[in-house]
Ligand binder design. Structure first.
Ligand code: HEM
Length: 551
């Protein structure tokens, strides 16, 4: 009997091994262009608008193709269903990030969440983010979003030519407030310092930005032969100094007995020991929120402005909707209370995310184990890139995909605020999907909707009265992309609209309706009123909380 069982086991083992081997030998790598014997495709992949090159390869080799960058495997996915399967359903294998020696190891000391490999450190950081950015709490930020968008309108009215700076300030101030509990008003010093960090970071994480990330043996060179290492470490020092100063300011406020002070950094100070974070961890966690949320948000608003120049009919349609709801006399300004009455403005916002994704090339994921998919082998340590650009230009899903057409989103359920991040792929996939997406959707909606209500966005005309053309292909490259400076005129729709913009921004903060909520409902309402000297106003805010404003 024992012999028979043993015999059967041997046969089973043999059959299993044979079928596995057979399957392996049948599976092949995804197709791709012919590589150079040593450098692979390293010299073929352009650093300028890489997503468009990848899109052209997907038309030639299919929706899953493979490249080799001097020995490192890269698989590019052009279809959302493949990204959802691999990065979503098989996320236990595809949720890491490719190790970056320059930006990850030296510049970030392996602490920056966006670059972290999959593991416990990432999990803890995502838990911390989730507390601040989950759908249940983002209602608490509506009053801040309305306040900052009022400032955006006012700034644009006062100096329309600086719209780029205003978009940047608007996006930065929103996230800065959530992160450090203070607004970025005309505090150019903090804004300039952080914008600089973001600019460097976007550049340093670009594919091919640093040879050592591809030819990793270069990291064995001594310092004298690797001057880039000193530069990366200097950047690290500068970032740590800046981000630590900001979280220490929060700590001092807490130590000074400001018990109601509420922001992401304050929460982290509370949980520092239970989550096992050191100060540098905390500095980077909060700084990362700021880095990841600022450029993406500002760039999306710039893309919106360009879309309005190219597709003025969509602007007119949105304005007709706004006038029908708010009246055309410019006597009242739209806010979150009107979101369900403005489906076209919701659809237009979603179309901006689709038409010009702020991160068109997607963020690369990284496989940890060998896998097989649709008959293709995907080795461990393969960079897997969801090419959002291709997905948004898949004609089967988005017909006439290069045309900006909000109508394609007109059937969405606008009662669900969450819907800003569905129906397109601009926020990525799986366990690394953007944790700021719910906040970003609403921040961008309020900015776009109020800009449409307030202004006519017009082309600049040449001396013959002809509109100067703008080109959406003229955009920056990197992890995020934005249109290169383009001429436009932003003109108030009427004197009454202009007056209301001024009035709204001049309105004392005490007259604003706060909708507190969030992690600690009452405490958070203090945070929203932090700049207000009057205790009575703080009490009012707490009272409104009790009345159950939206959360
Ligand atoms: C228009 C606005 C935004 C866009 C288009 C955007 C897009 C993205 C994308 C594509 C990713 C990579 C997802 C993946 O790996 O599959 C990402 C990651 C991330 N985003 Fe956003 N994002 C936006 C706003 C924000 C905001 C407002 C915050 C925070 C306040 C934020 C925080 C992050 C963080 C921390 C990550 C890294 C997640 C990780 O590596 O696990 N983002 N975002």
């Amino acid at each position: 009997m024992a012999f028979q069982i043993g015999y059967s086991l041997v046969i089973l083992l043999f059959v299993y091994s044979a079928t596995t081997l057979l399957r392996r030998s049948k599976s092949r790598y995804p197709p791709g262009p012919r590589p150079h014997p040593i450098l692979g495709h390293l010299l073929q992949v352009p650093s300028i608008q890489t997503w468009k090159y990848f899109d052209s390869l997907s038309k030639q080799y299919g929706s899953i193709f493979r490249l080799n960058l001097a020995g490192s495997d890269m698989v590019v996915l052009a279809r959302p269903e493949d990204a959802e399967e691999l990065l979503g359903r098989r996320s236990s294998n595809y949720s890491s990030r490719p190790p970056l020696i320059y930006a990850g190891k030296y510049q970030s000391n392996n602490k920056r969440m966006v670059l972290l490999p999959y593991g416990e450190r990432l999990r803890l950081q995502r838990v911390a983010f989730h507390q601040m950015l989950q759908p249940r709490v983002i209602g608490a930020y509506e009053s801040m979003q309305e306040l900052e968008s009022a400032k955006l309108l006012f700034d644009t009215l006062e100096s329309p030519l600086n719209n780029d700076l205003h978009c940047q300030r608007f996006a930065a101030s929103m996230v800065f407030y959530l992160s450090y509990g203070k607004r970025l008003d005309n505090n150019q010093q903090d804004l300039a310092a952080i914008s600089d960090v973001i600019k460097n970071f976007v550049r340093d994480t670009m594919p091919g930005a640093h040879l050592v990330d591809t030819v990793t043996v270069l990291d064995f060179l001594p310092d004298i032969l690797a001057p880039w290492r000193k530069k990366a470490l200097e950047r690290h020092e500068m970032e740590v100094k800046l981000y630590t100063r900001l979280i220490m300011e929060v700590k001092h406020k807490i130590d000074d007995g400001n018990t109601g002070f509420e922001c992401f950094a304050a929460r982290l100070w509370d949980q520092k020991d239970s989550l096992g974070f050191d100060i540098e961890d905390m500095a980077y966690i909060v700084g990362t929120a700021f880095e990841a949320g600022t450029d993406t948000t500002a760039n999306t608003i710039l893309w919106f402005l360009m879309a309005m120049l190219l597709y003025p009919d969509t602007m007119k349609k949105a304005q007709a909707e706004l006038d029908a709801v708010m009246g055309s006399e410019g006597k009242s300004m739209p806010g979150f209370a009107h979101i369900n009455q403005l489906p076209y403005c919701v659809a237009l916002t979603k179309e901006v995310f689709r038409w010009a994704p702020a991160a068109p090339g997607g963020f690369p994921h990284y496989s940890e184990r060998d896998d097989e998919y649709k008959g293709f082998r995907i080795k461990s340590k393969t960079m897997v890139v969801p090419n959002i650009w291709s997905m948004h230009h898949n004609e089967e899903e988005f017909s006439d995909s290069y045309t900006f057409n909000p109508e394609r989103f007109m059937n969405v359920n606008t009662e669900k605020f969450d819907s800003f991040s569905t129906g397109h792929y601009g926020f990525g996939f799986g366990r690394r999907q953007c944790p700021g997406r719910h906040l970003a959707g609403k921040t961008i909606w309020i900015a776009i909707t109020r800009m449409l209500w307030a202004f006519s966005i017009e082309p600049v005309r040449d001396k013959d009265g002809m509109p100067i053309k703008v080109d959406p292909n003229n955009c920056t490259s990197g992890m995020t992309s934005r249109p290169v400076d383009f001429p436009l005129q932003i003109i108030p729709r009427s004197r009454a609209h202009a007056e209301l913009m001024k009035k709204e921004w001049a309105r004392p903060l005490s007259n604003r309706i706060y909708r507190p909520g969030g992690w600690r409902l009452n405490n958070f309402s203090y945070a929203l009123c932090e700049e207000l000297p009057d205790k009575a106003i703080k009490d009012t805010a707490i009272a409104t909380d009790a009345k159950g404003f939206s959360q």
